[in-house]
Design a protein around this ligand. Structure first.
Ligand SMILES: [Zn+2]
Length: 266
């Protein structure tokens, strides 16, 4: 068991600018924009061996004294849009929490009929990149998939959770996706979707294991619409004769059909 004793922690309550004497307190913006430096000097320091050098300046004094040499850059990824400006007044003091909803509303005021996070299938946009001579799919404006192979891209998009209906192709300009490639990408996605749906159907169908002979499935156990489709595919094929269950198919045929390999080419 641990035993505790009270401990005094010193927090910065206020700060005085060493140059202009301005008093800065945590409830004012200047306090958080100040420059506070405290540095232990080593040997050969111009401030004396082993001394400590410290300085507190308000932001106005920082600009007036050091402004000539300061490097001021924009936040990474900020292309000068209004996002940061919009957050002014929303994100106030560092120790006052702001919710993401509040920030979203400030940064994207116009298109936000659904303010909370929307849950649903992913969206993607595909363009052709002539420099990479490849296709670039951007999923939800963030995640980028690049491939020079349309079927590969189609597979990746399916894998990323993008339904074929949620894909928009660039249709003009030099980044236009050629019509043939559009077709191949979407076909591959639909193929994978079908396989995925069939796979889900497979998991619900019990495998019958007779004492002798290969395993089989009962067609009645297969859900719609797969039952009728599989039944049509079975036409002309040999079926197992199981005791008490007339309407059956070999489990291997069922698996092959799910995988798109049945009916088998002769
Ligand atoms: Zn000052």
């Amino acid at each position: 068991m641990l035993h505790y004793r009270p401990k005094t922690v010193f927090d910065v309550a206020s700060c005085t600018c060493d140059r202009c004497g301005r008093l800065m307190t945590p409830d004012g913006g200047d306090f958080h924009e100040r420059l506070s430096v405290s540095q232990s000097c080593g040997f050969d320091s111009v401030f004396g061996d082993g001394n400590t050098m410290s300085l507190d300046l308000c932001q106005q004094c920082v600009k007036e004294t050091l402004g000539e040499w300061l490097r001021v850059t924009r936040p990474e990824g900020d292309t000068g849009d209004k996002t940061v400006t919009a957050l002014k007044g929303i994100v106030g003091k560092p120790d006052v929490p702001v919710t993401i909803d509040e920030m979203n509303e400030a940064a994207h005021p116009n298109p936000a009929p659904t303010r909370s996070t929307s849950v649903g299938p992913m969206h993607a946009r595909i363009a052709f990149d002539p420099q990479r001579s490849g296709f670039v799919a951007t999923v939800e404006y963030i995640w980028t998939l690049v491939s020079d192979s349309p079927p590969q891209l189609g597979y990746w998009l399916y894998d990323a959770g993008v339904p074929s209906g949620n894909v928009r192709m660039q249709c003009e300009g030099e980044s236009q996706v050629p019509e043939n490639s559009q077709r191949v990408i979407l076909e591959r996605m639909r193929h994978e979707e079908l396989r995925g749906e069939r796979g889900a159907a497979l998991r619900g169908v019990p495998v019958q294991r007779p004492e002798s002979g290969p395993p089989y499935v009962r067609l009645a156990d297969i859900p719609a619409p797969w039952q009728s489709q599989f039944r049509a595919a079975l036409r002309g094929s040999a079926c197992p004769v199981a005791e008490g269950a007339r309407d059956c198919a070999y489990w291997s045929d069922w698996i092959d059909w799910i995988e798109g390999r049945f009916p088998r080419p002769n």
